[in-house]
Write a protein that binds this ligand. Sequence first.
Ligand SMILES: O=C(CO)[C@@H](O)[C@H](O)COP(=O)(O)O
Length: 235
Amino acid sequence: MAMTSFPDTLPRNRLLAEISLWSADLLNLERDMARIAPYADVLHIDVADARFTPGFLFFPDLVARIAEAAQAPVHVHLMTQGDIVVAQARQFAEAGADLVTVHAETGQEGLAALDMLAARGTAAGVALTLEQPLEALEPFLSKVAIVTLMGTRIGIKGAGLDPEACLRIRQLRSRLDARGLGHVLIAADGGIRETTVPDLRAAGADTVVMGSLAFGAEDLPARFDWLRGLGAQLA
Ligand SMILES: O=C(CO)[C@@H](O)[C@H](O)COP(=O)(O)O
């Protein structure tokens, strides 16, 4: 789904559901995408090359097919590092990603990737692992539409939310507001559970990256009624 004005098209008055396809049944990806389509504000795709993260995840040809079928904007989270990040970001943008996020840990290469994305009109984001200080985001903040903060160790599923995660979101929100960047969205990624979402929202998260919380739900409409109600209540 190509959306030139993304992410301005996203509602800002409620918590957004960003659904991670890594947690779908990969043998039945099309079926699972259709199941979550009524609820997904954004489709989140984790890309990894087994260096920055423990394993490999997703690749451009697959993302191109997903983007063709997607009924929501596609956010590629590039969990990679090194002098290949600009080329990787370009490949996923060309594959149809509406938003490409690079890690602040990529330094100058990541900044060059953001410039490349801006030049081609693709929205850009920055992400940060739990272990890095928020200061590492500074050079990136004025160039992005969204900041993704990890709430667990990167590249693993099923982990619990780190106790520092909500504080880091609060601090980032203050930092963005102080810089006149209140429009920049904050995504909470990792450890997204029924028990953690209310606190993440209260801390200032605009969107939560839902893996098992979406695909593991027995009653999908009820799960999203809960999420939407929560967002409205806290907005
Ligand atoms: O991207 C990551 C970890 O890098 C997380 O967002 C996982 O995808 C979380 O999966 P669940 O534990 O929520 O199923």
